[in-house]
Ligand binder design. Sequence first.
Ligand code: GTP
Ligand code: MG
Length: 508
Amino acid sequence: MTVAPDIDPLTLALAPPPGESPEDREARLLREREAKKRSDLIDQELARQRAADKKSSKPVKILLLGQSESGKSTTLKNFQLINSPKAFKAERPSWRAVVHLNVVRSIRLIISALQEAEAYASASQPPNPDDPVYPPISADLLTLKMRLLPLQQVEEALLNKLTPGASIGKAYTAAPDDPLPGGTQEVSVHSAAPWKGAFSRLMNNVRGSVDGPETNEPQDSRDARQLLHACSEDMVRLWNDPTVKEVLKVHRLRLEDMAGFFLDSIERVTALSYEPTDDDILKARLKTLGVSEHNFSLKAGNMVPQSWIVYDVGGARSVVSAAWVPYFDDMDAIIFLAPLSCFDQVLAEDETVNRLEDSILLWKTIVSSPLLKDTSLILFLNKCDILKVSAIILFQGIRRRGEVRAQMPQDEATFLQNFSRVNDSMNTWCHMGIGRMILSIAHNCSPSTALDQDMKKKFAMIAKQYSPEARGFYTYFTSVTDVQSTADILGSVRDMLVRQNLTRSRLV
Ligand SMILES: Nc1nc2c(ncn2[C@@H]2O[C@H](COP(=O)(O)OP(=O)(O)OP(=O)(O)O)[C@@H](O)[C@H]2O)c(=O)[nH]1
Ligand SMILES: [Mg+2]
């Protein structure tokens, strides 16, 4: 057959065969329609696959939220420990400085309490009936206190390493009449400051700090550690002094319950060869300011590794934390940390607000935000370890006062009614929860079971009532300073989010 040069070969290929009968034409058209249907189905499947691939290659984004000291940065440290162990190890020297700052802060708090006790003792006016009654401070103790004042230089040097150019006053926002610059304030470092980098570089120069002589370590940093080491014995003496214990009791300061408490291991952490353990790093306290973003490559089962981004936001009061929400409307999940142990504490920023109440308020704001309606909620009811200890201490106190009697549970209603005397900062609902927890100890059950369940119900009810749409909601009881149990929980969070993303991508 000869082909006319102006005829398109495709048109020619698709043209009906010459001399086609009407039956053949009908059969051909039917075949063509079916082929077209199959081709459309294949196209659709390919488009769905492409969308699914695009979705699953997107990083999984998690936002950590909760009030200050709820455990967000500690959860992040667990993520790092599990998923980037090398980077975590490289950061050890930075954490050594933070542990040292935590030790100095505890000593600073003791010195402030002693100064208050001295001020009452030397006051010229007669004491008020409401004044605290401090024990007399011996001359020996005063000398010990004076010997520890140079620790302030240690703090200056360490802070200078963390945020070059910062001074104690700037880092702490000290009160003008503070006898010790920094007073009782916490040290914080802005997340944008390259403080770990500064220390890692330092570490590269200083390998000797652990392995051998410290020839390259900058002089001020070496002096700081040597001074801290030299003060070690005095710090131990101060912490173990019975008058100091009494002063702290009158001052109502339980240092052992505070974040970043290392006074029971002074000798170990101030040794010149000290390198923080994983537990030390999880316990070390450094307040976060601003937002920090952390990238991980996570692998679930035999799937290809996927990128994850975890955002840590400095949490002050609920109002401030909630202000971050509009910047995080494309998160896959929020891990919200509510520290259960703070049932009897008030906010540092506002002493009229109970901390657990503040957590609940923040939770309500987060779950009701329309911007976060598609974000799964993962609730960590945290600091369960401290809650259990507090419950036992409370129980022992109440039993000593004879308020839990042998004939329980008949007496439960009366007990719960009377319980409101225990702590003024708790609200009625909290009293009931703690009261039931005490009763569960009295009945030889697990100390926190009753409160755990009350809290879980309360948070779940708010999530259900205030969420704009139904969404994934998961609760875990956590103690994020416990490496093993947190690794298990983060493992199930990871599997759950991978499943969730697969399901969502199939629905595209
Ligand atoms: N015992 C105990 N301590 C905890 C737990 N979770 C956190 N901590 C400690 O509480 C302190 C505060 O924890 P962070 O992780 O710094 O709190 P945060 O939520 O990041 O606080 P901001 O940075 O101020 O917003 C740290 O010293 C932690 O070691 C816990 O479950 N149990
Ligand atoms: Mg933090």
